[in-house]
Ligand binder design. Structure first.
Ligand code: NAD
Length: 271
């Protein structure tokens, strides 16, 4: 029940009907008996500036989760950004301070790492491959580097994106060896699909890597996907068939709740 006293958070994007955060947050608030609620906002692009002005003046709003397509556009309209948001030029969460200032962070990478740690994966001194260098792939790559990876390979259909991300990561993490598309997967402790390949696919649908390359996986490698539907993408099913431990997109989304809620000041970090 939303009451006059209820503290609000929001999620903004367009479209918005597919997002799972409102269910996850509202269930958690109800279970905790917390007088808080999340609203889903499907915002037209032309209303972005007005929306930011409204956020600044919205006294009972603690913060706002940001999803596609506004992660970059909102980053450039806030008062302050975390170091990683500044580096990557994106936000997926905004906190409204009591004086109306808006602060942004990008916690996709931290959510991914939380889920991986739950599987027993420690990124320190490890070697990882991230496929897809868009918003989510860049955030995961950045967080992996921050968490102590030794070597990182990145790949994408868009070669310019790979170059740009490699240059950025070399600036922030000069001690980490960054390379492009590998010839074999045998050297990796972690292989992540951070591209949308596999979304809506079933059975032997498309994978982000050729089958011949997938066959070079070691069974000690953790294979992860960010795609949320289906949870078990063709990529993950193939990896499971090779004997690898796997991590699904919904596991990442769930593990990120605490990062989002904690930044907005409405949940502990570990929920
Ligand atoms: P994006 O459009 O910013 O980036 C996607 C990147 O993948 C692009 O650079 C594109 O060139 C690349 N790509 C496409 N096909 C490829 C292929 N075959 N091989 C290599 N690279 C390829 O998208 P995004 O915002 O980074 O989102 C990526 C995925 O992450 C989406 O499916 C989204 O639904 C999902 N997502 C999951 C979570 C979660 O918590 N699990 C959170 C946010 C987004």
């Amino acid at each position: 029940m939303i009451k006059g006293s209820t503290q609000l958070v929001a999620i903004v994007g367009s479209p918005i009907a597919q997002v799972k955060s409102p269910e996850n947050f509202n269930r958690w608030f109800a279970e905790q008996g917390q007088d808080a609620a999340m609203l889903a906002i499907d915002l037209q692009h032309t209303a972005l500036d007005g929306f930011v002005t409204m956020l600044r003046g919205w006294h009972n709003l603690r913060g706002c989760v940001v999803t596609v397509p506004y992660k970059q556009q909102l980053a450039s309209r806030l008062d302050d950004l975390s170091e990683r948001s500044q580096a990557l030029g994106t936000v997926n969460v905004i906190r409204r301070e009591a004086d109306g200032r808006l602060l942004g962070d990008i916690v996709d990478g931290e959510g991914f790492l939380n889920a991986a740690r739950k599987q027993g994966f420690d990124p320190r001194d490890k070697n990882a491959l991230v496929i897809g260098t868009g918003g989510v792939g860049s955030a995961i790559a950045y967080s992996l580097c921050q968490a102590g990876l030794t070597r990182l390979a990145i790949s994408d259909l868009d070669g310019q994106r790979v170059e740009a991300l490699a240059e950025l990561l070399r600036t922030f993490f000069p001690h980490i060896a960054i390379s492009a598309s590998p010839a074999s997967l045998a050297e990796f402790d972690l292989v992540v699909n951070a591209s949308p390949v596999g979304m809506g696919a079933a059975g032997d649908g498309p994978m982000p890597l050729p089958v011949a390359l997938m066959q070079t996986l070691r069974d000690t490698t953790l294979v992860a996907d960010v795609v949320t539907a289906p949870a078990f993408t063709p990529f993950l099913s193939f990896a499971r068939g090779m004997g690898c431990a796997i991590q699904t997109g919904p596991e990442m989304a769930l593990a990120q709740l605490g990062n989002l809620g904690h930044f907005m000041g409405v949940t502990p970090l570990d929920i």
